[in-house]
Design a protein around this ligand. Structure first.
Ligand code: ATP
Length: 471
């Protein structure tokens, strides 16, 4: 992970946010290359899941919605994580991360007399007796043993804000914790304006906010992140078939990102661990550098959301089948994809260190190369004149202009050619085009392949076509 984080910072993919002010914990900014990679992923996703299909439409809704949305969706009440605070060092932890088998654990509760709020606790000795833990748990930060009776509370992850100048309860609003709800709230308008029939889906890409208790692992878990989500509306009886279909589509997508099947694992989420709205959930986990963890999720949300929004808003969200006249509230299959976790998985999969020959005969060095799939690489082609001499750079700039009309291409004439290749390898540029003095005579350039390092002489007039065939 350290190597990836350091490469990202050094080469301008991702760096700590607000760094000149000492940074801000777990905030990351996508730099010039990061934004290209991230946009390429988002665009490819949009193309595959929206534009290339006849049964999907897009949406781009507001980040801050009417707070009633979160009441109806259950987020105000249920979108919580169990928070445990170390009595010694006051470090805060998610109880379910301290106790992986927390779902089998008996949670007891009492009502706190002062504020009539429920207090929750678990009994560690009982857990040892039940063989759910081997020994009393210690604080991961200060190493002190936790009390036998561990008190915790449920912490709501919604990101609160105030609308307008007065910070009073009437003006409380929330940044959306998922993009999904807008697809339900706008269901009626989308249906009427797009004239789609069930089955059909609504897709959205956008920011989501969660007041995570323990953010970390670089861009894996942050409080501000991006999601690509689909709500696919179906008839209830079709849910199992549709669920399987979407699982397949998600694997297709992960294959497109270059993620190896061996590094991906389906986790059938047991009922007790599922979100409040879900009747079946599969978490697709990826072997991240810090361990196996959730990359994407697939959930059968039943018709929980549309039903609740219909009741709460008083607006009828019943669908009428135009042919049979049958009326029902559609059910939903939701494939959800984290953008930032996609970027992290792509970088993890692509990062390679290999021994490669240097320009000196018989010598080798370690080459760091990001083998990002060509179609999502931030820069597709680098144009590298061998020297800064005007006669070469004039030709090289012309070539750059021509190539740039078709591909995102970078022009670089500084440093030795070896160093320039190394930089392009590290940022995952699939092709380097070198212009040398022979190019002036034979009107050919050398194209170097990032992965094989093989070089080919290509006619300048044929270069764009040659590259088009490669992508
Ligand atoms: P986790 O169990 O890791 O907290 P979750 O199950 O709460 O995740 P979902 O509600 O299913 O996550 O969110 C959908 C997707 O959004 C996840 O699969 C993940 O890719 C992404 N995601 C969720 N939370 C975060 C976060 N804090 N930072 C970055 N991406 C996130």
């Amino acid at each position: 992970m350290e190597k990836i984080v350091s490469l990202c910072k050094r080469r301008g993919f991702i760096f700590p946010g607000s760094e000149i002010y000492g940074g801000m914990a777990n905030s990351w900014d996508y730099g010039p290359l990061g934004v290209e990679l991230k946009n390429n992923i988002k665009q490819a996703w949009w193309k595959k899941f929206v534009q290339e299909r006849g049964d999907m439409v897009g949406l781009d809704a507001a980040l801050v919605m009417n707070p009633k949305v979160w009441e109806a969706s259950g987020h105000l009440k249920n979108f919580t994580d169990p928070l445990f605070e170390c009595p010694e060092c006051h470090g805060r932890f998610r109880l379910d991360k301290l106790l992986p088998s927390v779902n089998n654990v008996k949670i007891e509760s009492t009502v706190n007399k002062h504020d009539s709020e429920k207090e929750y606790y678990i009994n560690q000795k009982d857990l040892i007796d039940q063989k759910l833990i081997k020994e009393i748990i210690r604080c991961p930060d200060c190493q002190k043993v936790f009390p036998d009776k561990m008190k915790f509370r449920f912490f709501n992850l919604l990101f609160k804000t105030f609308i307008g100048p007065a910070e009073e309860s009437a003006n409380v609003a929330y940044f959306r914790p998922e993009t999904a709800q807008a697809m339900f709230v706008d269901f009626r308008q989308v249906l009427e304006t797009s004239r789609k029939r069930i089955p059909f889906g609504i897709a959205q890409i956008g920011k989501a906010f969660r007041n995570e208790i323990t953010p970390g692992n670089f861009i894996f878990r942050t409080r501000e992140f991006e999601q690509m989500e689909i709500e696919y509306f179906i008839k209830e009886n079709d849910w199992e078939k549709s669920f399987e279909y979407w699982l397949g589509e998600m694997y297709d997508w992960m294959n497109f990102l270059g993620l190896k099947k061996d590094h991906l694992h389906d986790l059938e989420v047991p009922e007790k661990e599922r979100a409040h709205y879900s009747k079946r959930t599969i978490d697709i986990e990826y072997d991240f550098p810090f361990g196996k963890d959730e990359l994407y999720g697939l959930a059968y949300r039943t018709n929980f959301d549309l039903k609740n929004h219909s009741t709460s808003s008083g607006v009828d969200l019943v669908y009428t089948d135009p042919e049979s006249g049958e009326k029902y509230i559609p059910h939903v299959i939701e494939p959800t994809f984290g953008v930032d976790r996609s970027v992290l998985a792509v970088l993890t999969e692509a990062y390679c260190e290999e021994e490669a020959p240097t320009t000196k005969e018989g010598e080798t060095e370690t080459r760091v190369v990001l083998k990002i799939p060509k179609h999502i690489a931030p820069i597709k082609v680098a144009i590298l004149p061998l020297s800064k001499k005007e006669e070469l750079s004039n030709v090289a700039k012309e070539i750059h202009k021509e190539v740039s009309r078709n591909f995102f291409a970078e022009y670089d004439e500084t440093q030795s050619i070896g160093k320039r290749y190394r930089r392009q390898d590290e940022i995952g540029t699939p092709y380097c085009v070198t212009i040398d003095f022979d190019s002036l005579e034979d009107k050919k350039v050398t194209v170097r392949d990032r992965d094989t390092m093989e070089q080919e002489r290509i006619e300048i007039s044929e270069l764009v076509n040659y590259l088009k065939n490669k992508f």
